[in-house]
Design a protein around this ligand. Sequence first.
Ligand SMILES: NC(=O)c1ccc[n+]([C@@H]2O[C@H](COP(=O)([O-])OP(=O)(O)OC[C@H]3O[C@@H](n4cnc5c(N)ncnc54)[C@H](O)[C@@H]3O)[C@@H](O)[C@H]2O)c1
Ligand SMILES: [Zn+2]
Ligand SMILES: [Zn+2]
Length: 374
Amino acid sequence: MATSSSSRVITCKAAVCWGIGESVKIEEIQVEAPKESEVRVKMLCASLCHTDISSTRGFPQTNFPQVLGHEGVGVVESVGENVSTVKAGDVVIPTYIGECGECENCVSGKSNLCLRYPLSLTGLMPDNTSRMSVGGHKLYHVFSCATWSEYAVIHSGYLVKVDPTIDLAHASFISCGFSTGFGAAWKEARLETGSSVVVFGLGAVGLGVISGAKMLGATNIIGVDINNMKKAKGEVFGMTHFINPSECESEKLIKDLSGGMGVDYSFECTGVASLLSQAIEATKVGKGKTIAIGTGTEALGPINFAALMMGRTVKGSIFGGIKPMSDLSILAQKCLKKEIPFDELFTHQLPLQDINKAFELSKQPDCVKIVIKM
Ligand SMILES: NC(=O)c1ccc[n+]([C@@H]2O[C@H](COP(=O)([O-])OP(=O)(O)OC[C@H]3O[C@@H](n4cnc5c(N)ncnc54)[C@H](O)[C@@H]3O)[C@@H](O)[C@H]2O)c1
Ligand SMILES: [Zn+2]
Ligand SMILES: [Zn+2]
């Protein structure tokens, strides 16, 4: 089979975290040519997800030095042997789970966690080696991605081809945060028309939940956030009520807004460990369902046994149950058709060189998504 691989090593810039709590440095790194089943991607645009902040704190991966970033979109520079799914010039979204379509989970219809292309926490390629180095040091990467690098080598099982006319910032947003929330409503909760919903945390993930819930016909969509600037954002995506828990008794207000019974579905999208229990208790006795999405370094708080035993369900989710091949392409189509107001997520933009400013900017109340220009 013809390949476009060159054996040339590319020297380029990348955002490297050298250890837990250390500032991120822009380094000149070496990116090797793709091997069999691998693809070298020139990143075009990336963005920051809250999980990138966790990455710098050693969660969920502890191996450093680490090239950061898992949201982004790029163009195929070259492919290794036996790659038939993409070719040089294709525009692709790197993903952190794949979809082989054949493993037990892929065929089950119950999970997006492909067993052949799993979420990898080794920071290495599937063959346990790295294609990236800095000054002779082996570099690890985040999951199967390394989107805050000008070039990255990615296994072909973790790439989704998209229409080259797609808006690059929007494509980057659907590569993790927004799709995770949207998918949690669509694929994990599979919520019904007329459902009631509460969403804790209105970052890109929570706004994605609201958008998905609205698409599926939820009529009562309550957003909870300590930042009042998220009220207007939530409303753009379909939120019907906003609660700031630092200004009122949120537990009581959620019950009041849902006829005293609680909601059908709740979504934890803050990563604040103590909120999971509150999210469970906000749902209806007997049939309420909670989707746990937020994560972080904090240990999970205690969960009220009695509340859980009352017939409620909690489901943890990676990527909101989105299957990269089957479902992400549907979201990419929605991007192309401008069906979702993605521009509302886009609040800041920085060149890769200024990556450390992104961590500071993310703390500003008006910040939703920071685009990183390559
Ligand atoms: N499971 C997955 O696959 C997956 C994917 C993407 C992100 N995540 C996780 O989801 C979470 C959200 O990600 P994001 O990028 O939207 O984050 P974000 O930081 O943009 O948004 C979090 C929101 O939560 C709000 N918040 C913080 N503390 C709160 C509190 N006590 N009560 C109410 N609201 C509070 C913040 O004001 C903010 O608006 C993170 O923990 C992230 O790591 C998980
Ligand atoms: Zn599979
Ligand atoms: Zn993410």
